[in-house]
Design a protein around this ligand. Sequence first.
Ligand code: NAP
Length: 332
Amino acid sequence: MPWNSRALQIYPVSTKNNTMRIIPFLAAPASTSTEAWVAALQAAMPEEKIIAFNELSEAAKASCKVAIVANPDPAQLQQLPQLEWVQSVWAGVDRLAADVAKTELKVVRLVDPQLARTMAEAVLTWTLYLHREIPSYAKQQKEKIWLGRPYVKAQHRTVSILGLGALGEAAAISLLQAGFNVCAWSSSAKSVSGIECFSGESTLTAMLAKTDILVCLLPLTPQTQGLINASFLAQLPKGASLINFARGAIVNDEDLLDALNQAHLSHAILDVFTLEPLPKSAWQWQHPQVTVLPHCSAPTDKGTASLIVAGNIERYRKTGELPQTVDMRRGY
Ligand code: NAP
């Protein structure tokens, strides 16, 4: 069933085979990577014709059932009246899910083992940075202080991951392999060998109480927005650290600032922010206990992502079946 039946009356539906095989690519209006994405996607699926939205004919707009998207402009999606589903090339689809929540359009997000490996590498890198106390040594160097700090074995550090999905599980396993004591928290109950798994709100306090380094890999949903607030942070032991690689709005920035200023939290590694790029006036840039990263922890690899997307579209063409779609009620 078309997701926008009002628009369907405006555009004629072409049944020509060549028109039916066109797949639009929609990016954010300011995106500079459209050309590179179209080339990568086209190389991965030569039997389809990938066309940037701005170059689509009216006939193609009127007939396409699937589109590939990277933060699309919702007004452009509205111009594709027969669209049944969109394949995002990003793993996080919070903005897209909110934009189309009141329509019947189905959203498929990117699940790519390469992305999970990249994120796991980032989580391990910055966990080791905190574990080996690099922020303290950097401060000591500035002050010309020659002082070795007591060594703590990885097995004596508990790293807890919020979110045990595609990225959280890969990160948890790499931390486990590096010798850390690993906990993870998810919505539904999970079991992963070697990892202490927690699920549901009632178990969060117990996990936070034993956490030295907290890694956020939750999706941004109405339930997770502002989750990491003052009362949440207060449940972490004094001196714990935070790594947020998920979405900025999951953290209450004012409460985070307070927890850092009161030295309840020792350090925060922030890759994601409510407003991106982070404004030059933002306190995070200057704070001595904050490491700012420019949303770089796990960039999508165009090559591997295009192959995943190609596989999803090929299955859909052959069977009519959609890959697993985002559950709009829960928002991820
Ligand atoms: P995913 O596979 O959907 O996993 C999400 C996990 O969070 C699941 O384990 C889910 O529990 C859990 N969860 C969701 N809501 C929860 C709640 N209210 N309480 C407890 N647990 C909850 O997602 P993913 O692929 O791992 O990606 C996670 C996020 O990473 C994305 O949404 C995106 O925002 C972010 N990301 C960031 C970057 C970057 O470069 N910074 C790159 C890619 C992705 P269940 O397993 O029970 O459903």
